[in-house]
Design a protein. Structure first.
Length: 390
C-alpha cells in the first residue's frame, strides 16, 4: 500500500450497529482497511448493540454514535432534517478523505449529507433487493449513485434489482467508467473453526438430545425472513417427526405474532426460542444442526447460509435473490419456493430421513465456501476497490 494511502481517512456511515450480517461485513471491511494502513472511523445514527460497538472499537476503528431516534410518521421531515444536520456536522468534524455509506435505509440521506459536507470521494454498498422497496426507493438510490465514485451490491440479484444489470467487480471495467458492481460477502474461516470447536459446550448448554433431529433458523424476527412460513411448515413436519426440534436464533418485531402462531399450532415443545446470540455462539449453534433453514421472502445475500456451509451444515433455503447465487439445488444445498410452507415441510421431512445426503451436501458446501467466499478473496477485492477509485 502506497504511503499516501496510509494517510487517508475513511468514514463509514451506517444507521445501526446491531448483531447482523451487514454489521459483520462492515466490521470485516473496517479491519481490512485498518490493516492496510487507512484510518477508519464509523458513524452510527440509531440503534447500537454494546457488544458490536466493542468489536468495532477493538478493531482499531473510532466509533461515533449519534444516538438519534427513528423517524415517526408524524415527525418524518423534522427527523430527516435533524439527521442531515448531524451527519454534515460529524463529517466536517472528522474531515475524511473518503466516505463509505452502508446503504441501508436511510442511505440516500447519508450520501446527500456527505456531498453537502464537501466530500466528493463517496462509495456505497447496498445490502437488500429493490424488489419490495417500490419506485420511490429505486429512484432515490439511483440518484444517490450519481454522487458516488463507486456503488456496490452484495449479490448480482441485488445489483440487477436496482440498476438493471450486474458485473462482478473488475478494476478494468471501473477504469472504463462503470460505476456499479457486485462484491460478495465473505466468511472468516478462523471464526468458523473456533465456532465448531465451541459447539460441544453449546450443546451441553442447550441440553440438546442426540436422539432428536434438530433444525435451525438464524436471523432477526421480521416478516421478510420468513419465520412464519417455517412455523406453519412445522405443524406438518411434527406429524411425521414428532420429536424434531427447531432452534430460533434472533430477536425482532415479529416475535409476539410468531409465538402466538406457534402456540395455536401446539408447537411449544418443538421450538426453542434462543433469542439474541453473539456471533461466535451463533456459529457454534449452526454447526450442531442437522439442517439450517433459510425461509426468507427476500434476502440480499444470505450470509448465514454461507456460514452454515462453511460449518459443513447442510442448507435448505428459499429460491430468492442472492440465495440462488450461493446454492445450487441438490448440489451444495437445496432450494424451495419462497412462502410455500407445504413444499418446505415436505422437503424438510425428506431430508431428515436421509442422513447420508445431508452429510455429502454439507461437505461439498464447505469446499465451495473456501473457493468462493473466503475472507482473503474479499480483502483483496476491497483493497483493489480503494486503489482503483482513489
Amino acid at each position: 500500500m502506497a504511503e499516501t494511502a496510509k494517510k487517508k481517512k475513511i468514514l463509514i456511515l451506517m444507521p445501526m450497529l446491531l448483531i447482523g450480517g451487514t454489521e459483520q461485513q462492515t466490521l470485516k471491511m473496517a479491519q481490512t482497511l485498518i490493516n492496510a494502513g487507512y484510518q477508519v472511523s464509523v458513524c452510527c445514527y440509531y440503534e447500537v448493540d454494546s457488544s458490536m460497538l466493542v468489536q468495532f472499537e477493538n478493531s482499531g476503528a473510532l466509533v461515533k454514535h449519534l444516538g438519534l431516534q427513528r423517524s415517526s410518521h408524524s415527525g418524518l421531515f423534522a427527523d430527516i432534517y435533524i439527521l442531515l444536520q448531524q451527519l454534515i456536522k460529524t463529517i466536517k468534524e472528522i474531515q475524511p478523505d473518503i466516505v463509505h455509506v452502508q446503504y441501508v435505509t436511510p442511505g440516500f440521506i447519508s450520501i446527500v449529507a456527505t456531498y453537502l459536507a464537501g466530500v466528493e470521494n463517496i462509495l456505497a454498498t447496498v445490502h437488500y433487493s429493490a424488489r419490495q422497496q417500490g419506485l420511490k426507493a429505486k429512484l432515490l438510490l439511483r440518484c444517490g449513485a450519481f454522487f458516488c465514485k463507486g456503488f456496490f451490491a452484495v449479490s448480482k440479484a441485488v445489483e440487477i434489482s436496482w440498476f438493471g444489470d450486474s458485473a462482478m467487480f473488475d478494476p478494468q471495467l471501473a477504469k472504463r467508467g462503470r460505476k456499479h458492481f457486485t462484491i460478495y460477502n465473505q466468511v472468516d474461516m478462523a471464526v468458523i473453526k473456533q465456532g465448531i470447536k465451541d459447539s460441544s459446550s453449546q450443546k451441553k448448554l442447550l441440553r440438546l438430545n442426540d436422539n432428536h433431529l434438530t433444525i435451525g433458523v438464524v436471523g432477526r424476527l421480521s416478516r421478510e425472513k420468513g419465520h412464519m412460513v417455517l412455523i406453519r411448515a412445522m405443524a406438518e413436519i411434527i406429524k411425521q417427526i414428532p420429536d424434531i426440534q427447531l432452534l430460533l436464533v434472533g430477536e425482532g418485531s415479529e416475535k409476539e405474532s410468531l409465538l402466538k402462531k406457534a402456540d395455536s399450532l401446539n408447537l411449544s415443545k418443538n421450538i426453542r426460542w434462543l433469542g439474541k446470540k453473539e456471533h461466535n455462539e451463533t456459529v457454534a449453534i449452526i454447526s450442531l444442526l442437522d439442517l439450517l433453514v433459510v425461509p426468507s421472502l427476500s434476502e440480499g445475500f444470505g450470509l448465514v447460509a454461507v456460514e452454515a456451509m462453511a460449518c459443513s451444515t447442510p442448507v435448505l433455503a428459499s429460491s430468492v435473490d442472492g440465495l440462488i447465487e450461493i446454492i445450487k439445488d441438490g448440489e451444495n444445498g437445496w432450494l424451495v419456493a419462497p412462502g410455500d410452507d407445504g413444499e418446505l415441510a415436505r422437503k424438510i421431512v425428506a431430508l431428515m430421513k436421509d442422513a447420508k445426503k445431508r452429510s455429502d451436501v454439507g461437505r461439498l458446501g464447505h469446499k465451495q465456501v473456501e473457493e468462493r467466499f473466503s475472507l482473503e478473496i474479499y480483502q483483496n477485492k476491497i483493497l483493489t476497490v480503494y486503489d482503483t477509485f482513489f
